[in-house]
Design a protein around this ligand. Structure first.
Ligand code: SF4
Length: 123
């Protein structure tokens, strides 16, 4: 979710990037609903690094899962969210670099990510 907010066209390959553009457009529509998941999602499914439901390898997969958990623990994953409302909540919860330190700090994209770059350290 956070990564969609920071997306500015970079991706692992053409299919991944095309799908990111598609998902990122749909999440902005008024009637889009979102189900949160701990498993590979609609974005991961187009990632060339996803193999046998693992992100790259066991170690990398664990790293991604712990990043996901930092986000998911703020939400009820049994619930279906309206996408616009969900992203408003995200804006309110993750509003400083400190609030995403456990999520974004080790991400290879953080220098290109608009979401991360736009966050302020002041609170
Ligand atoms: S810095 Fe990385 S993990 Fe954080 S929102 Fe951006 S792409 Fe996602």
């Amino acid at each position: 979710m956070l990564c969609l907010k920071g997306f500015q066209g970079y991706g692992y390959d053409e299919d991944f990037t095309r799908n990111m553009i598609d998902v990122n457009s749909k999440r902005k529509l008024k009637d889009t609903t979102v189900l949160l998941t701990k498993s590979p999602d609609d974005i991961c499914k187009y990632c060339p690094n996803l193999k046998n439901d693992l992100c790259e390898d066991k170690l990398q997969n664990e790293k991604i899962i712990s990043m996901d958990e930092e986000v998911l623990k703020k939400f009820d994953i049994s619930k279906e969210y309206n996408s616009q409302e969900l992203f408003e909540k995200i804006d309110n919860i993750f509003d400083t670099k400190e609030s995403v330190s456990k999520i974004c700090f080790n991400c290879m994209w953080h220098e290109k990510c608009l979401f991360y770059q736009n966050l302020s350290n002041n609170r």
